[in-house]
Design a protein around this ligand. Structure first.
Ligand code: KIV
Length: 283
């Protein structure tokens, strides 16, 4: 099966085909996503919230990302796996950025890395790309900067803020990023940016004018109820199905209806009689 690559993203932008991307953090989910035909799997540092229960992504480590990324790549044959660089794995220096991007590729077996930040991190992106590692940038609302932003807020609404988002987009493209995630950016601004860039934009809360879309799978499947952003569409209520199944299982264990005979393993009467000293057919 032909793997989707960073170069295919450019071809999709060229032909006008929208790019589909969703997060996954484990082998079983990756297999389901990969089999669905979705183009790309993002091992997002959102795993800090939806998998590990942190209130934000700040505590996520390189070890967390590599551990989950390796599981996802083992479950993926076709989709392009992009792995997030966690907070403080690249902000500290260009050297750290290249070294840690390299670890994600070597140990996590990702096809590309993603990092948050625009103009301020253009040098870091350029150095990682020089090391032959494809980089997806992420601008607009960048969750690792939650403490600097003072919360998860839409970016680019004022003239000054909109100019900053445009400049960030242009600079990450110049630095060599093969795609850029636009998060929580007004739809018409995102459409404008998508039109002036040659690389594809991947929107999350950025409207339909982007070259592709990404969602966190627990959000789109109603599996994470701590907080649901406005931009999320719930494509299924898997959370209710799971809870219902757990309730059924709990009842079945308590009332003894599970496991039934067909869920068990047989032993012959003589063996049982020999070890218990009782007639095996009575047990
Ligand atoms: O971590 C993540 O899942 C992300 C997406 C929200 C784009 O960065």
């Amino acid at each position: 099966m032909k793997k989707v690559t960073a170069a295919d993203f450019a071809a999709m932008k060229e032909s006008g085909e929208k790019i589909s991307m969703v997060t996954a953090y484990d082998y079983s989910t990756a297999r389901l996503v990969d089999g669905s035909g979705i183009d790309s799997i993002l091992v997002g540092d959102s795993l800090g919230m939806v998998m590990l229960g942190y209130e934000d992504t700040v505590s996520v480590t390189m070890e967390d990302m590599i551990h989950h990324c390796a599981a996802v790549t083992r479950g993926t044959e076709r989709a392009l796996v992009i792995c997030d660089m966690p907070f403080m794995s690249y902000q500290t220096s260009v050297y750290d950025a290249v070294k840690n991007a390299g670890r994600i590729m070597k140990e996590g077996r990702a096809g590309a890395v993603k990092l948050e930040g625009g103009t301020d991190f253009a040098e870091h992106i350029e150095a990682i790309v020089k090391a032959s590692i494809p980089v997806c940038a992420h601008i607009g609302m960048t969750p690792q900067s939650v403490n600097a932003f003072g919360g998860f807020k839409v970016q680019g609404r004022s003239v000054e803020a909109a100019k900053r988002v445009i400049e960030d987009a242009v600079e990450v493209e110049k630095a060599g990023a093969f795609a850029v995630v636009l998060e929580c950016v007004p739809a018409r601004l995102a459409e404008y940016i998508s039109g002036i860039l040659t690389i594809p934009t991947i929107g999350i809360g950025a409207g339909a004018g982007c070259g592709g879309q990404v969602l966190v799978y627990q959000d789109m499947l109603s599996m994470y109820s701590d907080f649901t952003p406005k931009f999320v569409k719930k494509f299924a209520d898997v959370g209710s199905v799971m809870r219902g199944a757990f309730e059924d299982y709990n009842r079945a264990v308590k009332d003894g209806s599970f496991p039934a005979a067909e869920h068990g393993f047989k032993i012959n009467d003589e063996v049982l009689a020999a070890v218990t000293g009782r007639d095996g057919s009575e047990l």
